[in-house]
Design a protein around this ligand. Sequence first.
Ligand code: DGL
Length: 269
Amino acid sequence: MSDPRPIGIFDSGLGGLTVLKEIRHILPQEQIIYFGDTARVPYGPKSRETVLKFSIENILFLLKHKVKLIVVACNTSSSVALNRVENSFRVPIIGVIKPGAEQALNLTRNGRIGIIGTRTTIRSRAYEKQIKQKKQNMKIYSVACPLFVPLVEEGWTGNRITREIARMYLAPFKKYRIDTLVLGCTHYPLLKNAIKEVLGTRVRLVDSAKQVAKQVSCILKDKQMLALGNRTKRPKIHFFVSDEPASFAKLGKKFLGIPLKNVKVVPNV
Ligand code: DGL
């Protein structure tokens, strides 16, 4: 049985493209609809209620496009909205926190894990709860890095200023002696080099995108919802944003490594 309906992915902006890339890599025959809420980015400094409201609107938008599964490719939404929405719609909805937490547990050797994310993600303690639920004795150290998202959205991923800001945010992790750092925001994989420069290669970085993609693949297999199309002909990715399609397309190329064609604007999701 083949299910040709698309997979829906959303984020506040460009960050979720890091997740899209991995899903596309392991499920090349799937159609994908991506929504970046560029009119309302960033979600990170906003309240739980606002992020929940935006997340529900984004889900309803994707459902209009008859998606078969939704990936909340945003840590901020996943940390404050996922538990409120995951069982309320007729399709599976998965977030990025659980896969990232599991990967951190697999990687750490000394049980000292750092988490970085937006203010709302860090305040929610979603990673900490998820990790401690599995292993109570882990030591968790969390730091909000609110300037990282605008730097990435600006395309400033490796310049002097970005490296200096990374140095300031990440300095506490040196004294905490962490061996694993969760990149708790889908924008942060683009700052990997700047982060590695500060923390060194001994600290392993957790980017949950690959794990999320594996989870999507397992769910679709389990539910017999995979698209079993012609493997040589890749279906198109449909990109929607709530504002500024041109700058999304320009920067999106940096995330995906391929040009983003046909980015459409939907001002009222
Ligand atoms: N990329 C998002 C995240 O994973 C949100 C960033 C933002 O909008 O502040 O948290």
